[in-house]
Design a protein around this ligand. Structure first.
Ligand code: GTP
Ligand code: MG
Length: 509
């Protein structure tokens, strides 16, 4: 009854409208929608049924262990939360592994350089350009590289994203650029840096590219993906950090003050250091990026500003480098963590870090009855999913939230929500991106981080009240999990809250 009243109150809200059928729906579209909803319900019922069976089969799990499932779409920050947790609560293990991340960070940096090379190449060899991506006058939609939809991106399905996507087309930008003529200097830089493509292949192979489980994300050039080559850079992922990075064996055994061996990628990077810096600092290249609407500095795994340090032959990754490194997760990684300096109840944690891409979400199922920590990338209101450019990221996260809170089986599960990437949100708002262009219901509210955070929080609570079958413990925290100091404070609070809940449920209190 309460839910019904609440639903009525939401009826004029675009968030609610996003989930309503469009008013002028044709009979054929209606039929399609009803069938889709039936299918979604069938899947949802099946999930509940499977979970019930799992429980009935009574997988006896230790009552002492605290289990946490990290949930959220790809790139939301799940693995980064896990890294913060390990840095804060298992620092010795963390420190022992730092050095193993060098290859990943070098690869991240090389991927940044390859993106610059692609942009330069498209300019040097105009024939390489794809239709609709002319660099001299670019007209497109969206605001972030890798997320923008080109004019040829199929229109969003009418149902389910009306309030978000109907406004995206308003964001057409037109850049009338000055004619950029790349010089011999650019050609030379391009030639000298091109061998890094091969170094990237070698690093990827070393990290597991030969593994049949290893895959590329954002992968193939499909009809949905008409973005410029530079904006479509492939991303790679691994099924397990432990296998890919070779720790703990290779790193833990090595003393942290021992110099790192200078392998081939390290040597090559050291020799091209000045060229990388010259390319990144070149005003023409910067302008080409702007024209392409590529904000590389906001992308995961951005390290170009740290080139001098990372290309040093003696480079050892810092805590912050590792937290910022991007290594996409595939499948489910189970982390057993003994909290250091804690011999009390709740010192053994099992954290499940899962891949967030749509195609791998089915793998989350068996772990759902752990505490659910949902990582909600709050800066994503104007972005699209890497794996499906027709889906707005905010909408995808709201759907996920709705599915979780409306599941009866998960009705008693503690929910922790990290409203993450507040720093990126701040940068976007400061750069003039208006939230109300994407979220009409945001209205004339101030375009300011605190206001946006409160707005999204309220929306999540609305959905929780409307869809949730029973009251449950839910915590909401605004975070920027690449800020390890601030995140350590949040994680302390989260840990204490989870342990309290755990004790209550285990009837120790
Ligand atoms: N600026 C900023 N970057 C963040 C934040 N949280 C995560 N990132 C970066 O975003 C990228 C993606 O984060 P991950 O933790 O790998 O994302 P994930 O959810 O594990 O993604 P999948 O493994 O693909 O499911 C990484 O490069 C992080 O450093 C944040 O709060 N602010
Ligand atoms: Mg991950």
């Amino acid at each position: 009854m309460v839910a019904r009243t609440h639903r009525a109150q939401l009826s004029d809200d675009p968030f609610a409208l996003a989930l309503q059928p469009p008013p002028n729906e044709t009979p054929a579209a209606r039929q399609e929608r009803v069938e889709r909803e039936l299918e979604e319900k069938r899947v949802s019922d099946q999930i509940d049924e499977d979970l019930r069976r799992e429980r009935a089969e009574g997988k006896k799990r230790s009552k002492r262990e605290v289990k946490v499932l990290l949930l959220g779409q790809s790139e939301s920050g799940k693995s980064t939360v896990l890294k913060n947790f390990r840095l804060k609560f298992a620092p010795s293990q963390w420190k022992a592994e730092l050095r193993s991340w060098r290859a990943v960070i070098q690869l991240n940096l090389i991927h940044n350089v390859i993106l610059l090379l692609d942009v330069v190449q498209e300019r040097l060899e105009p024939g390489v350009e794809r239709p609709g991506t002319s660099a001299s006058t670019s007209t497109g939609t969206g605001t972030l590289a890798g997320t923008s939809a080109s004019p040829s991106t199929p229109p969003a399905r009418a149902y389910g994203r009306a309030s978000i996507d109907s406004t995206v087309s308003d964001l057409t930008f037109t850049t009338v650029a000055r004619a950029i003529v790349l010089s011999q200097k650019h050609r030379l830089l391009y030639l000298r840096l091109s061998p890094l493509r091969k170094v990237a292949d070698d690093l990827r192979r070393r990290l597991g590219a030969d593994d049949p489980e290893f895959t590329f994300a954002n992968g193939e050039d499909g009809p949905l993906d008409e973005r410029p080559r530079a904006a479509r850079q492939r991303e790679f992922g691994v099924r397990g950090w432990i296998g890919a990075l070779g720790f703990p064996a290779s790193s833990a055994s090595r003393r942290s003050d021992e110099p790192m061996p200078i392998d081939e990628p390290t040597e090559i990077l050291a020799t091209v250091r000045d060229d990388i810096i010259a390319l990144w600092e070149d005003p023409d290249v910067r302008e080409l990026l702007t024209m392409r609407n590529i904000r590389i500095e906001d992308r995961p795994g951005f390290f170009l500003s740290d080139t001098a340090r990372i290309t040093s032959r003696t480079y050892v990754p810092s805590d912050n480098d590792v937290v910022r490194a991007r290594l996409r997760t595939l499948g489910v990684q189970e982390w057993r963590i003994m909290l250091e300096n804690s011999d009390s109840f709740g010192s053994e944690w099992v954290i499940y870090d899962v891949g967030g891409a749509r195609s791998v979400r089915h793998a989350w199922l068996p772990y759902f009855d752990a505490v659910n920590a949902i990582i909600f990338p709050i800066s994503c209101f104007d972005e699209r999913l890497a794996e499906d450019a027709s889906v707005n990221r905010l909408e995808d996260t709201l759907m996920l939230w709705k599915a979780i809170v409306s599941s009866k089986v998960l009705g008693k599960t503690t929910l922790i929500v990290f409203l993450n990437k507040c720093d990126l949100l701040k940068r976007k708002l400061q750069s003039g991106i208006m939230v109300n262009k994407y979220l009409i219901s945001f209205g004339q509210r101030e375009n300011e981080v605190g206001v946006v955070v409160k707005y999204i929080k309220d929306k999540l609570k609305d959905i929780l009240r409307a869809e949730g079958s029973q009251p449950r413990t839910t915590y909401l925290y605004p975070t920027s999990v690449t800020d390890t100091k601030a995140t350590a404070v949040t994680l302390n609070i989260v840990r204490d809250g989870i342990i309290r809940e755990h004790l209550k449920n285990a009837e120790f209190l």
